[in-house]
Design a protein around this ligand. Structure first.
Ligand SMILES: [Zn+2]
Length: 344
């Protein structure tokens, strides 16, 4: 487990549509281990590591695209009222109960700290909705106007840290644990007969808007999204989420947007058994795999990733061993991807 890299990747802000700081970290790491790194017009970072042992007598090596989304859920300033309280809109799916009482950082001309507070208070009232919440910075409208403006984005203040044992906690493990896994996989890749494309996509949380054009540009044969698997936690019954933190990487069979390619899913199960990599079956979620699967004339696709508890909260939990298992599986898969294609 590369704790330093995980912290660096998670602590860079990157709300949907404003992924720049996170993508800067990604670009720097990929430049050290890939043959070429580009950023496209939407902000997707697309790196390629060419086949080291390309097969003879073929037009081009098989292309495998790995995609992890760099955007995290957050807010945008919509209005600053006369008392200096800030109205905001959500960027990605926020839950009012989760974000009330959280600390945030508004990324204006200068960063401004604030807290999310309800407009009203009273025991008998209905649970708050996002429209009932404001950001209080303790500053007057006049002071605020010097530092922030409508359209500035806000992230939650929480940085990634080790909670207990090997369990990490972070505000944006959906999907920075995927970003981390993507980078570690590229850094540890051995010889391959396939060209490996690492894509750090943008705007996944608002509808896979980055991965679609990225997949069109790459034109992969196989696409694997890396994202958190649905994990059981305090409030989730066994039959609702299948994965348990600490018990292995998750391999998506089906989610709300994609039916994983059954041949690829089976191959990954067998690969894990062969190399004694702990894995679990995941059902549920919705990821960039759909954007890849339905690109051009269709792509063989599924999603993998360590289980994450409490996704879309500010206290997401993920186990170090599961991130390691995901990296090991992806490295082994890249080394064997040409054999998988030949077996179809
Ligand atoms: Zn995600």
């Amino acid at each position: 487990m590369n704790s330093k890299l995980l912290e660096r990747v998670c602590n860079a802000p990157g709300v949907a549509g404003f992924e720049g700081p996170a993508q800067d970290v990604v670009t720097e790491v990929l430049q050290e281990c890939c043959d070429d790194v580009q950023r496209d017009r939407l902000g997707n970072v697309i790196a390629i590591k060419k086949a080291t042992t390309p097969p003879a007598n073929v037009e081009r090596p098989i292309r495998v695209m790995l995609a992890a989304h760099s955007d995290e859920i957050g807010m945008m300033v919509k209005h600053i009222n006369d008392k200096g309280f800030i109205h905001f809109i959500q960027m990605g799916g926020l839950n009012a109960q989760v974000i009330e009482s959280q600390r945030v950082i508004i990324h204006g001309k200068k960063p401004v700290r604030g807290v999310v507070v309800p407009k009203t208070q009273g025991k008998d009232e209905k649970p708050a909705t996002l429209d009932d919440l404001l950001i209080d910075t303790g500053l007057s409208k006049k002071e605020l106007s010097k530092r922030i403006d409508v359209g500035d984005i806000a992230t939650f203040e929480d940085d990634a840290s080790l909670l207990n044992g090997k369990m990490w906690v972070g505000r944006n493990f959906d999907d920075r644990i995927g970003t981390y896994t993507l980078l570690e996989t590229m850094r540890n890749l051995g010889d391959t007969c396939v060209d490996v494309y690492a894509v750090s996509s943008v705007q996944e949380e608002v509808g896979l808007r980055g991965a679609r054009p990225a997949a069109f540009g790459v034109a992969p044969d196989i696409g694997i999204a890396i994202d958190g698997s649905m994990a059981r936690g305090a409030y989730v019954e066994d039959h609702k989420n299948l994965c348990e933190p600490g018990k292995g990487t998750g391999i998506y069979m089906v989610d709300n947007l994609t039916i994983g390619h059954p041949g690829l899913v089976r191959y990954l199960f067998d690969l894990c058994k062969k190399h004694k990599i702990p894995y679990q079956r995941n059902i549920g979620g919705g990821t960039d795999a759909q954007a890849m699967q339905q690109s051009r004339a269709g792509v063989i696709a599924t999603t993998v990733g360590a289980p994450v508890r409490y996704m879309h909260s500010t206290v997401q939990l993920c186990h170090a061993d599961d991130m390691d298992s995901t990296v090991t599986m992806l490295v082994k898969f890249m080394e064997a991807a040409h054999e998988f294609m030949a077996s179809l």
